[in-house]
Design a protein around this ligand. Structure first.
Ligand code: AMP
Ligand code: MG
Length: 310
């Protein structure tokens, strides 16, 4: 993007409306979690010696200061898990920096700087947090339809409140039905958000708990938007047993050294069972408005592979 391009973006009514919806979405999500479910909002972590390894390659964004190395947060997964030592139910509006590969430039779903609402609950099962996420999504869509109906109408967006419970499909079923690139096809075919569950062990990182009764299958899930909007959220039960964590790290060809401070913490204090999820806010706003690209709903977008002066 060049300086001259901001004129078009900033003078269009769409970005104004998108930011209004964005602001309302944050409020409704926070209201629901705080007032109806007793969650505590914690501030985001921006730099840390430990962050999410992610299951796909991103360029490391590291800063070195006082002779120590920190990374910019890719997700607060480890901090959420560790926060369970202090609070039972937490969430954060967490800005994430993920220097995504350039190929992701035009997916419509990827920014290199975005915010997710990251939620975690102590001693919760996958079913508990799926239930919670369904209620959170339904509440937020209901409120948006009440408050921002005129905005949606302006852009011809017909949004409906999803029915609970959301449908579930296992990773195996999805792959068998649609082949390896199933997510896009499934999302295009659907008219309500749905869950993709039981993701295979090598597809995710060590912190998603393996089902003790089904080796190789994780107790995790993705929420997928309908109408081709793709992934909304990922989450699951977390691994909290150190011996299992070591095995999982080895299985991925990683080393405990890569997660040194997380492991040191776990050795010193133990980890507490929990489950949670994260919902990308820009993707949520894109879905609500039926926008073409997350870049269009971001005031200061930064997409992979491009330079943005502002
Ligand atoms: P993850 O745990 O990696 O699935 O990230 C949590 C959620 O954040 C995803 O389900 C998306 O809604 C959102 N998200 C992840 N990566 C990006 C990205 N590069 N740009 C925008 N949103 C993203
Ligand atoms: Mg995901």
């Amino acid at each position: 993007m060049e300086i001259k391009d901001y004129k078009e973006k900033f003078s269009s009514p769409f970005i104004k409306d998108a930011m209004k919806v964005h602001s309302d979405v944050r409020k409704f999500m926070a209201d629901f979690l705080k007032e109806q479910r007793d969650f505590v909002e914690i501030p985001p972590v921006i730099i840390s010696a430990i962050t999410d390894p992610l299951n796909h390659p991103t360029t490391k964004s590291q800063i070195e200061v006082y002779g120590y190395k920190y990374e910019l947060t890719k997700s607060m997964i480890f901090h959420k898990q560790i926060a369970m030592h202090v609070l039972d139910k937490i969430f954060a509006f967490s800005p994430n920096i993920r220097l995504e590969p350039t190929e992701r430039k035009n997916t419509g779903r990827h920014l290199i700087e975005f915010t997710q609402i990251d939620v975690e609950q102590k001693n919760a099962s996958r079913e508990d947090v799926m239930n919670l996420a369904e209620d959170l999504v339904i509440y937020t869509i209901e409120k948006v339809l009440e408050k921002d109906n005129d905005i949606l109408g302006k852009y011809g967006r017909k949004l409906k409140v999803p029915n609970k419970p959301f449908k579930k499909i296992t990773y195996k079923e999805a792959e068998a039905k649609y082949g390896p690139d199933f997510e896009t096809k499934l999302s295009k075919d659907a008219d309500e958000p749905f869950w993709l569950i039981d993701i295979p062990i090598m597809e995710r990182e060590f912190y998603d708990r393996e089902d003790p009764s089904r080796p190789g299958v994780l107790l995790d899930m993705d929420l997928i938007y309908p109408e081709g909007f793709g992934e909304a959220s990922s989450g699951g039960e977390r691994e909290y047993e150190l011996d299992r964590i070591y095995r999982r790290i080895a299985k991925k060809g990683q080393t405990p050294e890569q997660f040194k401070w997380y492991i040191e913490f776990a050795k010193a204090y133990g980890l507490i069972p929990s489950a949670g999820f994260g919902i990308g806010i820009e993707r949520f706003v894109r879905f609500v408005l039926g926008a073409k690209d997350v870049k269009d709903v971001a005031l200061f977008p930064k997409a992979p592979g491009e330079f943005y002066p502002i």
